[in-house]
Ligand binder design. Sequence first.
Ligand SMILES: [Zn+2]
Length: 131
Amino acid sequence: MKGEDRKARIKVEKRFGLKEGQAVLCKTCKNIITLPAHNITVNGEYIHEFTNPEGVTYRISCFSSASGCMVHGIPVMDHTWFEGFSWSISLCSNCFTHLGWYYKSDDQSFFGLIVDRLLTNPALSLLDILD
Ligand SMILES: [Zn+2]
């Protein structure tokens, strides 16, 4: 891991209040979705805020993998938030809550998960920690 990446990761762990080994959970059912170690930057940012064509704003955090998510539907490029990436819906594999999107390009893929639908532990949401 490059020094710069390491620094960024330490910073975000502080912001999220996460330590290695803690899990990121589905807020609805507490299913383990992913781990802090999988939290990545995309276009230099851990958190992205987007508004869809219906006017709904989502705040998402990017993860290289999310074993607690199931990917649903055929990937589409329409209204994609990340240039060159198609998206599919990502659901919690346990309760099927919509948790975010799975993004894929020719050589890269990641999950963009909606921050306020996740928990870092049962008492604390990521948004509470960030704000
Ligand atoms: Zn769930």
